[in-house]
Design a protein around this ligand. Structure first.
Ligand code: PLP
Length: 270
């Protein structure tokens, strides 16, 4: 990290003109690698940046980074920016994308369940692209931290979108629900896997709009992300959710998800 250098004219630095991915890894294995690479390609293509590496080259870079990083449980961070050019909103010359890849040690797991707050979703209209310009997300997440909470759950036009750094599920009367994809939320790798596993297990699961009122009246609320798996929320805006931490359905979903993840990563049951 100390030796890596990026030009001050990199458009990632100047404009936040870039995309990223965070991939959970264990030893030399990455969980849901193909899904993350597919989303990276989708983000690049949405910004009109040519993917600088072929899939095999990406695999090679990732293997080398994983190999060189000691810890067993880790996350791989990939960032691709449009590249270095004279500072101008308009791009007037060909640029070569900047690629940055690093490993970080897996974060300590949160004391579960967690506390969340809700806020208006003040972000832009293309939250479906995983861009590095995360200022609104950073501000919203900081609000949670300052309020002694873990995550900020966002509401736009009276409807739940997602968390500042997670997707959100609710459980109501035995049915698990999560909002449909639109330009207002990120297609989450964890969210997709959770939906697939619930459907496979014949657990009632609906992808449909969720109002602010439904969010507050839910029996359970969960947050999903690659680095946190599935977290149960016990308190939202200072009110206990459902029975306040039972999370029976969460327990099932979490069990299914962790079993699947550990199977894919060949981790022995702990
Ligand atoms: N939504 C946002 C805004 C995120 O930043 C993240 C991940 O950090 C997610 C959702 C969850 O996505 P994934 O499950 O692919 O990590």
């Amino acid at each position: 990290i100390a030796e890596a250098k990026v030009s001050v004219l990199d458009r990632g630095f100047m404009f936040g003109d870039g995309v990223y991915e965070v991939l959970p890894a264990f030893g030399d294995r990455i969980f849901a690698l193909d899904r993350h690479m597919a989303r990276l390609e989708r983000s690049l293509s949405a910004l009109g940046i040519d993917n600088p590496l072929a899939r095999a080259e990406w695999h090679d870079v990732l293997s080398r980074v994983l190999e060189n990083y000691g810890a067993t449980g880790k996350s791989v961070y990939i960032q691709v920016t449009r590249g270095v050019a004279a500072r101008d909103h308009v791009l007037r010359s060909d640029v070569v994308p900047t690629v940055f890849v690093m490993c970080t040690e897996q974060r300590k797991s949160e004391p579960k369940p967690v506390v969340a707050i809700t806020r208006e979703d003040i972000r832009w209209q293309r939250c479906d692209i995983k861009v590095t310009s995360l200022l609104a997300n950073v501000m919203l997440r900081q609000e949670a931290e300052d309020a002694g909470a873990f995550e900020t759950i966002l509401v736009r036009d009276g409807h739940l979108t997602e968390g500042a750094a997670s997707n959100v599920f609710v459980v109501q009367d035995g049915t698990v629900k999560t909002p449909p994809y639109s330009e207002h939320l990120l297609p989450g790798v964890t969210r997709d896997i959770v939906v697939e596993l619930l459907v496979q297990a014949s657990i009632a699961c609906e992808v449909s709009p969720i109002t602010r009122e439904e969010l507050h009246a839910a029996d359970e609320v969960w947050l999903t992300s690659s680095t946190r798996d599935i977290l149960l929320v016990s308190k939202l805006d200072d009110r206990m959710i459902g029975s306040g931490g039972g999370g029976q359905m969460w327990s099932k979903a979490s069990g299914l998800y962790l079993a699947y993840k550990h199977d894919q990563l060949s981790i022995e049951a702990q």
